[in-house]
Unconditional design. Structure first.
Length: 347
């Protein structure tokens, strides 16, 4: 059980690429923290810093009270499942998993019998028993992913670091395996950092989510907090689907504002706004209610997407997307609409 604490952690490559920009983050005992952000935002670099595979430009890393910032990777007791699993193709499943233990054999005085026992135990945990003698090319993608996970777990790490571990798998398998990863990490109570650019995966796997953009943590919170109380424009638009409308504040009272976007919208804002401020209003399509309201909109297009219908509306010159369980009307018809929830952010 370990608490991971990052303090003003910064990594600059080649004196100019700021990959990780003054990151403060605490991951609690046995907690699964997802790091969610777009490609190139610094997720892998952050993970490699924690693992000791990369040296920070400044800032510090603590495991509990121990400052591990300058500790070499093999003394940190972390395990990484890299973005490409990189199994050794010439080794069997058993040897792939045993590899980390063989490296530690001397230091930890492990016997061959002990290694066998621990590999068997962890293969059982990831449900690969019986496949010990296969080589990676004889496994499916999902099985290879389990080997990569077993290889990380077999050394009994204090901190488990997963870098987009499911990115190479098809959608259905990703859903199955993310549940599996959560079950295993929770069963072993390992403090886990799980990097992904997939919002649904982050929400499904993690206890809390750190949303990252351009090297900076934008917000840390439970999935509900991230979804329902986005801290800024980036989080509001990166997480979930959204309409973005430009407008000007007409009235402001604490966090509640009325914004003129061509029609008035009631919104909440984390900023102190005043009348006249230019803002960007974010509205989730599910918060555009099509069963009545003061807004008159024309239906432009209705698309059936399986779980819901997506409707494109034109509301007095403003385009708005809505989502709902039923098609509201046919294209060309007028409907009454209410925007039930919105946020306003400074541009
Ligand atoms: N060794 C390196 N030398 C120079 N620049 C690097 C190095 N590694 C990463 N970068 C740069 O740092 C930034 C962050 O990269 P990083 O790999 O951490 O992003 P990421 O969030 O993991 O992206 P992805 O989702 O595509 O994997 C990028 O601009 C990248 O080009
Ligand atoms: Mg990456």
């Amino acid at each position: 059980m370990t608490i991971v604490r990052l303090e003003k952690l910064r990594k600059v490559f080649d004196n100019r690429v700021v990959a990780v920009d003054d990151v403060d983050l605490v991951v609690n005992h046995g907690e699964i923290m997802a790091v969610l952000g777009p490609s190139g935002c610094g997720k892998t670099t952050l993970l490699r810093l924690v693992a000791g595979l990369e040296e920070p430009t400044s800032g510090r890393i603590f495991f509990d009270d121990r400052d591990v910032t300058r500790l070499p990777t093999q003394e940190r007791n972390t395990a990484v499942v890299p973005q490409t699993w990189a199994l050794w193709p010439h080794m069997t499943v058993f040897e792939n998993v045993a590899y980390g233990l063989r490296l530690r054999k001397k230091r930890e005085r492990l016997t061959e019998g002990e290694i066998k026992r621990r590999v068997r135990e962890v293969l059982e945990l990831v449900e690969l028993t019986g496949l010990e003698e296969r080589r990676p090319f004889q496994l499916s993608g999902g099985q290879q992913q389990r080997v990569a996970l077993a290889r990380a777990l077999v050394v009994r790490p204090e901190v488990l670091l997963l870098d987009e571990p499911l990115a190479n798998l098809d959608a259905k398998l990703r859903v199955e395996l993310r549940e599996e990863v959560r079950r295993i990490a929770k069963k072993l109570s390992i403090t886990t950092i799980y990097v992904t650019h997939d919002q649904e995966e982050a929400f499904a796997v993690a206890d809390r989510v750190a949303v990252m953009n351009a090297g900076r943590i934008q917000q840390v919170g439970t999935p509900e907090e991230i979804y329902y109380k986005p801290a800024n424009f980036f989080v509001a638009t990166f997480v979930g689907r959204s309409n973005v409308l430009r407008g000007r504040v007409a009235e402001a009272k604490g966090e509640a504002v009325v914004v003129d976007v061509g029609f008035p919208v009631n919104a909440i804002s984390p900023h102190r706004l005043k009348p006249g401020d230019d803002v960007e209003v974010v509205v989730r399509p599910e918060d555009v209610y099509l069963g009545g309201g003061s807004l008159r909109c024309v239906v432009e297009e209705v698309v059936f997407l399986g779980r819901y219908y997506q409707t494109k509306l034109k509301c007095g010159g403003v385009a708005l997307k809505a989502e709902g369980p039923r098609p509201p009307a046919a294209p060309g018809e007028e409907v009454a609409v209410e925007v039930t929830k919105a946020w306003a952010f400074k541009p």
